[in-house]
Design a protein around this ligand. Sequence first.
Ligand code: APR
Ligand code: PHB
Length: 391
Amino acid sequence: MEIKTQVAIVGAGPSGLLLGHLLCAAGIGCIVVERQSPDHVLGRIRAGVLETVTTDLMRELGIDQRLNAEGMVEGGFNLATHDDVIRIDIEALTGRHVIVYGQTEITRDLMEAAPDRGLAVIYEAANVALHGIESRHPWVTYEKGGKVERIDAGFIVGCDGFHGAARRAIPAGAAREFERIYPFGWLGILADVPPCHPELIYANGDRGFALASMRSPTRSRYYIQVPLTDTLDDWPEERLWDELEMRFNPLSEHGVTRGPALEMSIAPLRSYVFETMRHGRLFLAGDAAHIVPPTGAKGLNLAASDVAYLSEALIGYFRTGDEVALDNYTPRALARIWKAERFSWFLTKLMHRFPEDGAFEHRMQTAELEYVASSRAMQTAIAENYVGLPL
Ligand code: APR
Ligand code: PHB
C-alpha cells in the first residue's frame, strides 16, 4: 500500500509523539512509524525532571491532566558533598520551578492521546528505511505483516533516538560529530518506597556520585556511579541499598527506605552532538541528533525544545511556503543544545569521581563545590540552567 502525507516521522519516543501531536493540532498531515511495540516503548525508564519548555508544550496540546494532577512542583534541589548539603533554591534564584514527573509518563500520555486526536502511529514497523532525502519527494519504507509499505512525504523527521536509522542516512561529509564518553555508568533502581528527602539530592561523596530522585511521594528512583566494567550481577539489590544508605542516611530528611526493585539497570554516560539537524528534506530531533549525560535530566527537555522549533518552522512552511525558518532550524536548535550540553557536562564533572583524576583535580572539585556553597552568583547560574534556558 502506498500512503501520502506531509510529514513522515520516524520514532514514537517523546520527540516523535510530541512533534506528531503539534503538527496534527495545526492540521498538518503526519504519520509516525515506530520499530517497537507500545509496551516496549513504555518499558524504558527515563529521567524524571521536566522544564517549563516541556510542560508548556503538554499544556498547549491539552495533554496535561495527569501531569497537573500527579507532577510534583519542585522549588529547589540539592548538591551534596560527603557531609554538606548545598540547597539550590531555584524558586528564589529564578522565580521558576521544575516538575518531577516520569519522562516515561509523558510518552504514555502522548501515546494514549493519539487515537482521539487522529495522530496515526504505526508500531512494530520493521526495517524502516529513508529514501530520496536529497530530492523534493522523499519516502519511507517499512515492513509489517510480511508486506513492504511505503509512505511518500514532503519531509521526513528522524526522531528515532541515538541508535536510529535517520542520522545514518546523512552522508558523513555533510555533518560533523562531537563526542565525549565518560569513564563510568549509572546504576539505577526504581522502587515503591517513599523518597529519602523531599527534593532531589545529587551527592559527590568519597564513594563517588549518587542521586536520590523520585517519581511520586511513594516511588523513589536512586542512582550511583559504577565502573563501566560492572554488570547487574555485581549488584544484588541488598548491596545497592547498603550503598545508598551509606550515602544518603547522613544527608537526607527521612533516610533511605528499602523495597523490592521494580527496575534496575546500568546506563553509560555520553555527550554527543551531530552538527547538522537538516539534510535536504530530512530533519533530526531529540536523541537522534544529540545525547547528554543524565546529570541535570536535560535529555527530554532538549528534545522538547527541538520539537518546538521544528514544529514552528514546518507549520510556517506549510502555511506560507517560508523556507527561511526551515533553514534556521539547525542553528537555532544547536544554540540551545550546546548550552545544555555544557551544563550537563559541567554538573557531571562537578559531581562525579573520575578514575583518572589525581589529587590536584580532586582539590579543584572541592574548591568548586565550596565556591558554589558560598556564591549566590554561582547558585543562580546553576539554577537558571537547571530550570532550563529560554527558548
Ligand atoms: N525505525 C523506527 N523507529 C525507531 C528506529 C528505526 N530504525 N530506531 C529507533 N526507533 C524508535 C525507538 O524504538 C524509540 O521508540 O525511536 C524512538 C526514539 O525514542 P527515544 O530514544 O526516547 O528518543 P527521543 O524521542 O528523541 O527522546 C528524547 O527523552 O526520555 C528522554 O532520555 C530520553 O533523552 C531522551 C529524550
Ligand atoms: C530521575 O529521576 O531519573 C533523574 C532525575 C534527575 C536527573 C537524572 C535522572 O538528573
